[in-house]
Each structure stands twice: as structure tokens, then as C-alpha cells.
Design a protein around this ligand. Structure first.
Ligand code: F6P
Length: 318
């Protein structure tokens, strides 16, 4: 193998740049030529790529986002579009691809592998919704960002004796809400993995009030409830003044934590090593070890939610 390429696809996540830097510099150290593909699979089908150098990834280790840019390429499910991508890679003599992204990105890589392109995938999303790995790249930074935001909301919330509903991202996975909620001392966490009805929330709020606790922090994972509707119903049913805050895309930005930088570096180096050995698959981090497995296995693991920690939120709140 002489030539490989790297791309980032789907929602960006902090640590992608640290990972790109490691992929590029390690590949060059091994005598490979490496291309950076712009805007994920979208750039691939438009043949939008450039040869990377040691210098082209200088001073990016601390930056959030991705210097390669990213996109969600809906067309990359169609056979003719994937065939075109394969042709572009073949024309350039690129035999292997490091793809950095979430589950949609992995599915795109599966299609390329079926057509003979070697792919090594790196899990990167703030959602932590690739359950074969304990951590996806960017999740740790996003968790710290949410904790910081909740701390700030807590200040104003305490001053006014208010109940706050803070909405996190998660795309159907409650990990971000759970880990940030636990670390920020939330009173309740509402996640897709555990069914919850509004009356239960009202009961808890009224109990807290009866114990002279006027402030409560409810962390809500996106799309479980409509946040504004929940606020309206809670206020009506409990008579307690509620406010909402939607953290939104702030959760995806910012300088990566040391944990995410190191995760990105280890993921990136391992991905290049596996490609050089002709192995398609996914890197991951499980029980303190870096692992490499198939995409099929990675996508088959459906659940890794920590119900024990979820119960702790209730135990440790009033
Ligand atoms: O997958 C990452 C994520 O940030 C999800 O948490 C969220 O639901 C989604 O992307 C938002 O996507 P977009 O940036 O395309 O609005």
C-alpha cells in the first residue's frame, strides 16, 4: 500500500483534528502518501481532496471542528454514487481510507469495502452512540462542556429559586445527558433509554418543594419530549415556575479535552496500522484497551446504557 486518504463525515466532534494530525503524520512516517478528502463522502464523490504534508496538520491539535470539513451526504446510499467514489479512488491509486465519524459514516465505509476499498473507521461523535466502544471521540469534551453550561445555569437558577430544564443533544442516546447530569448534580435526567411520564416529574418537583428545595435541574436528552411543551405542562401541573435552555451546537464546539486528544491520536495511529496490514474494520476503546473489530460487529451492539448510574441520579438527589 502506497497511497491512502482520510475524511471526516457526519456531525463534527472535538478531537477530530487531533486524530487527523495523528493519521497524517503517522502515515507519512511509514512512507505512505496521504490525501485529505474535504467534506466527507460529499467531497469524495466530487474528487475534492489534497495531498497532506506534515505541515498541513500543524497547530490543529487544540482546535475543535475538523480542518477537513464535514457533511452529511444523503446520496452516499445509492449504488451509482458509491461506484463513482470507488472509481475516483482507483483513478488516484488510493487503496485505503481512514473514515472518521458516526454510525452513518461507518455504513458508507461498509459499501466501499464491499467494492474492494480498504477502510479503517474511527468512531467520532458527541453522542457516544456507537455501543461497541466505551468512548467515541468528542464525547468527553462535550460532556465537560455540558457540565460547565449547567454550572452556569445553576448560578442564575439558584438565585431565582427556579426549576430549569436543560436540553442536551444525543440523537437517541442518553449518555451525554446522563454523564453530564451526574457530574453536574442534576436532580433528574430524562433519557430515551428509560420511559418517564410527566406526572412522575411533577411528583418529584412537588416533593422537592415540600422539602424546601426550590431549585431543581432537569437534564433532558433531545427529542424525548418537546422541551417547551414539557415546561408548559410542568408549570401548569406543579405551579412551579420553570425555565428552559437548549444547549444546541455549543456542545459540538470547543477545544478538545486531553482525553479526547489522546483518544484521537491512539485511534488514528491504530487505524493506519490496521490499513497497512490490510485489515478493514473499526477501532474502539473497551475496558481500558484499544480494540479493532468489524463494522458489522460495531453496528450490531445496540445498547450500553449505564442504568446503575441513572439510578444514582435519583438516589443522590433529594
Ligand atoms: O450526531 C451529532 C449531533 O450533534 C446530534 O446530537 C444531533 O441530533 C445532530 O447531530 C444535529 O445535527 P445537525 O448539526 O445536522 O443539526
Amino acid at each position: 500500500m502506497r497511497k491512502i486518504a482520510v475524511l471526516t463525515s457526519g456531525g463534527d466532534s472535538p478531537g477530530m483534528n487531533s486524530c487527523i494530525r495523528a493519521v497524517v503524520r503517522y502515515a507519512i512516517s511509514q512512507g505512505l502518501e496521504i490525501f485529505g478528502i474535504k467534506r466527507g463522502y460529499q467531497g469524495l464523490i466530487e474528487d475534492d481532496m489534497e495531498l497532506m504534508s506534515i505541515r498541513s496538520v500543524g497547530n490543529i491539535i487544540q482546535q475543535g471542528g475538523t480542518i477537513l470539513k464535514t457533511a452529511r451526504c444523503k446520496e452516499f446510499k445509492q449504488d451509482e454514487v458509491i461506484d463513482k467514489a470507488v472509481q475516483i479512488l482507483r483513478n488516484r491509486g488510493i487503496e485505503g481510507l481512514v473514515v472518521i465519524g458516526g454510525d452513518g459514516t461507518f455504513r458508507g465505509a461498509e459499501r466501499l469495502i464491499e467494492r474492494g476499498i480498504l477502510c479503517a473507521c474511527i468512531p467520532a461523535t458527541i453522542d457516544n452512540n456507537l455501543f461497541y466502544t466505551d468512548y467515541t471521540l468528542g464525547f468527553d469534551t462535550a460532556t465537560n462542556t455540558v457540565v460547565d453550561l449547567i454550572n452556569k445555569v445553576r448560578d442564575t437558577s439558584l438565585s431565582h429559586d427556579r426549576v430549569f430544564i436543560a436540553e442536551t443533544m444525543g440523537a437517541g442516546c442518553g449518555d451525554l445527558a446522563l454523564k453530564a447530569g451526574l457530574a453536574a448534580g442534576a436532580d433528574m435526567v430524562i433519557v430515551p433509554e428509560v420511559s418517564c411520564n410527566v406526572d412522575d416529574i411533577v411528583k418529584k418537583l412537588l416533593y422537592a418543594k415540600s422539602q424546601n428545595k426550590k431549585f431543581s435541574m432537569i437534564v433532558l436528552s433531545e427529542k424525548v419530549f418537546d422541551t417547551n411543551e414539557l415546561k408548559k405542562v410542568l408549570t401548569e401541573k406543579s405551579g412551579i415556575e420553570c425555565r428552559t435552555i437548549v444547549f444546541g451546537h455549543i456542545q459540538r464546539g470547543g477545544s478538545p479535552s486531553a482525553f479526547d486528544r489522546n483518544l484521537g491520536i491512539n485511534f488514528g495511529v491504530r487505524a493506519v496500522q490496521e490499513l497497512m496490514n490490510g485489515n478493514c474494520g473499526v477501532v474502539g476503546y473497551k475496558d481500558g484497551q484499544y480494540i479493532y473489530d468489524t463494522i458489522e460487529f460495531a453496528l450490531s451492539v445496540k445498547q450500553n446504557f449505564n442504568y446503575e448510574e441513572y439510578k444514582l441520579i435519583e438516589t443522590l438527589s433529594i
